[in-house]
Design a protein around this ligand. Structure first.
Ligand code: IVH
Length: 667
């Protein structure tokens, strides 16, 4: 072996050793400068002698070439998820079921790290491939980014070929500094460490990923053939021996009472940890017993995740703001004294409608309890009556539109108050914002602020005016340079060529969503054919109800609308179906092209929101359960549809399962 080659190997060993001490053992033996110096030496050596480069050289920690996409790769065995428990009762049930099945057991209690599941493959002891969980069956190859995580050994102590799984995460401290930096640069900060970790691992440029200080805890091995372990506890110890980072707060316990004590301890102390956890994972310790119990479709029967309850905090409600949507619905929003909850600062929360405000008797000036539903959407739970200051008054929605002054009406059977003035400024502006949005005409660069300004300056009054915009109209606006104007005008020009469904959706016809716009465009081919269509004809289209049919026909009969369409035609805006699919959303395979039924009461979102979301994923949301239904999402008090689903053996998800999936997909 040449001297140079020997030096390269020594450098590999030293650098790996120092990474291990620093990032896995949390116990560095040399100052950072020593590591940096040796790394520099190795980088220089590799530059001068490219033949010494290798995929597991410690120089990969700094990142490599940027990629254009992540390759999709099938998992050797699916990456499942865990069933959830939210309280003691559910945990005791879990324990009982287990003891009925396999008798006396020991449990392993582990922290449930709030990050992203990853799978790491080793061949002959070298890290060769790392995948995200993806949909559980197929993940994305993020090897280059994972190599930059120092806690992941590039080479382990034995020449094993196997797969380890664990959770990649961003320590709180790294998260805080990253956000500080983002804010200083005027960039949008990440909502929480989990999102930051997900964003970092999805960086196509691994040099950028390398700058994000991520770490990992490994918690399972796919195949125990090369392990001596008989228990989860021994398996984790072996992972330690091999050089992996495992979580040291784990605890082996003898029974469910000790599990509960462990949960209690971490409920109290979780904030002291340097990373976020969102629960506790409880696993049957004995591997043979695990095997005996096996798996359901989605998760192992021998483990469960206890989820911490959503964090609740108290703050002051300083005002109630009203906003008017595109369809005139007036929505009240609580303005809150900013407060941190579940990882982000919250200063607003939707109050949905007047009924809800009255039901909870929420008043301006109240101290209110808030939480984040599903740890995502801020929600006011209740006022604290003991703390109600003197002089507060029951809240009443205004009788007139705060934007145009027109009287508000409450449509029968609806809780919402609505401004029905078709010329209401707030609605028109919302309509314009909708028209340019991604799924409608998709005009890049025409943001809300610009639309507001253009409206206020009297430059645009209706959607067609967008196509009459000139450089002179745009240049005087705030923060508008020549280049921006040019790009914007180009984007407007481009949008003229969109296929009909974009225009149909963009018009904002009541009840006409993305999916129905697509159906109409495809069926009728051009707007002129649609002008002649009758309600009865429309109602023959599957999923077109009376309301929608009526809404479309009435809309297209309106003289103002006909004039508007002509104004668009004058500017050569395309009115034909081009046979192109609507903006392709890479639907998640769990939902894409699946027929899904929503039933029961949802707590974390409205059904409409859920169904919109599903449709964006390419699902078909229908109202009745048949043999063809692929999935039923059942909220509280789901009735006959749920029974039917059981009869047909249709997979059934709880709202919780659904929200978990959403979180997973959206990162
Ligand atoms: S065991 C079959 N242990 O929680 C799945 N999971 O749905 C076995 N997680 O996305 C998972 N910490 O990535 C296990 N100590 C831990 C964990 C853990 C976090 C994540 C996991 C998965 C989710 C469970």
């Amino acid at each position: 072996m040449s001297q140079l080659q020997e030096r390269v190997e020594t450098l590999h060993e030293l650098l790996n050793q120092y990474s291990y001490e620093y990032y896995v053992q949390d116990n560095p033996s040399v100052p950072d400068s020593e590591y940096d110096k040796l790394l520099r030496e190795l980088i220089d050596l590799e530059e001068a002698h490219p033949e010494f480069r290798s995929p597991d050289s410690p120089t990969v920690r700094v990142g490599g070439q940027a990629q254009s996409t992540f390759e999709k790769v099938n998992h050797d065995t699916p990456m499942l998820s865990l069933g959830n428990a939210f309280n003691e009762e559910e945990l005791r049930k879990f324990d009982q079921r287990i003891r009925e099945q396999v008798g006396q057991v020991e449990y392993m209690c582990e922290l449930k790290i709030d990050g992203l599941a990853v799978s790491l493959k080793y061949e002959n002891g070298r890290f060769v491939q790392g995948l995200t969980r993806g949909d559980g069956t197929t993940g994305e190859d993020i090897t280059e980014n994972l190599r930059t995580i120092h806690a992941i050994p590039l080479k382990i102590k034995e020449p094993l070929t196997f797969e380890v799984r664990g959770e990649a995460y961003m320590p709180r401290q790294s998260f805080l500094s990253l956000n500080e930096e983002k804010e200083a640069n005027g960039e949008q900060p990440f909502a929480n460490p989990r999102n930051a970790a997900a964003g970092s691992l999805r960086q196509l440029n691994s040099k950028l990923a390398a700058k994000r200080k991520l770490s990992v805890f490994l918690y399972s091995v796919n195949d125990f053939t090369h392990f001596n372990a008989e228990t989860q506890s021994e398996a984790l110890d072996e992972l330690d021996q091999l050089g992996y980072k495992t979580n040291q707060e784990r605890q082996r316990v003898d029974n469910i009472d000790e599990v509960l004590a462990y949960i209690e301890k971490w409920t109290e102390h979780r904030e002291e940890l340097p990373y976020d956890i969102d629960g506790i994972v409880i696993k049957v310790n004995n591997l043979e017993q695990q095997q005996e119990m096996g798996f359901t479709q989605k998760s192992p029967r021998w483990a469960i995740a206890y989820k911490f309850p959503a964090e609740e905090v108290v703050t002051t409600l300083t005002d109630i703001e009203l906003s008017i949507g595109r369809t005139g619905v007036v929505t009240p929003t609580a303005i809150l004294e900013p407060v941190r909850v579940a990882g982000t600062t919250v200063s607003r929360a939707s109050l949905h409608n007047e009924d809800l405000i009255h039901e909870k008797d929420i008043r301006i000036g109240d101290s209110v309890v808030i939480k984040k539903a599903g740890d995502i959407i801020p929600e006011v739970i209740k006022p604290i009556l003991d703390r109600r200051p003197e002089g507060t008054e029951t809240y009443h929605m205004p009788t007139h539109c705060p934007s145009c002054g027109h009287e508000l009406v409450r449509i029968e059977g609806e809780v919402a108050l609505r401004c029905i003035n078709p010329k209401c400024q707030a609605q028109l502006v919302e309509g314009l914002i909708h028209f340019v949005s991604r799924q409608a005409m998709n005009i890049d660069g025409l943001g809300e602020k610009i639309i507001h300004q253009l409206y206020e300056h009297n430059v645009i009054r209706d959607i067609a005016d967008i196509y009459y915009l000139t450089e002179e109209d745009l240049l005087p606006l705030e923060r508008m340079g020549a280049k921006k104007v040019e790009n914007l005008l180009e984007a407007i020009e481009r949008s003229k060529a969109n296929s009909l469904e974009h225009l149909l959706f963009g018009l904002g016809i009541r009840h006409l969503g993305v999916k129905a716009s697509q159906v109409l465009a495809e069926k009728y081919g051009s707007i002129d054919h649609l002008f002649h269509v009758t309600e009865d004809e429309l109602m023959e289209i599957p999923d077109f109800g009376h309301k929608l049919a009526q809404s479309v026909v009435t809309y297209l009969e309106n003289d103002d609308i006909i004039a508007l369409i002509n104004k668009l035609k004058d500017k050569d805006v395309n009115m034909d179906y081009k046979g192109v699919k609507r903006t392709e959303v890479d639907g998640h395979p769990d939902f894409k092209d699946k027929t899904i039924v929503l039933t029961g009461k949802l707590h974390q979102m409205t059904r409409k929101e859920a169904s919109n979301w599903l449709e964006l994923q390419g699902a078909k949301v229908t109202s009745s359960v048949t043999k063809k239904t692929d999935l039923v999402i059942a909220g509280e008090d789901a009735g006959s549809k749920l029974d039917k689903a059981k009869k047909f053996d249709t997979p059934i998800w709880s709202e919780e399962d659904f929200v978990d999936k959403q979180k997973e997909i959206e990162g």
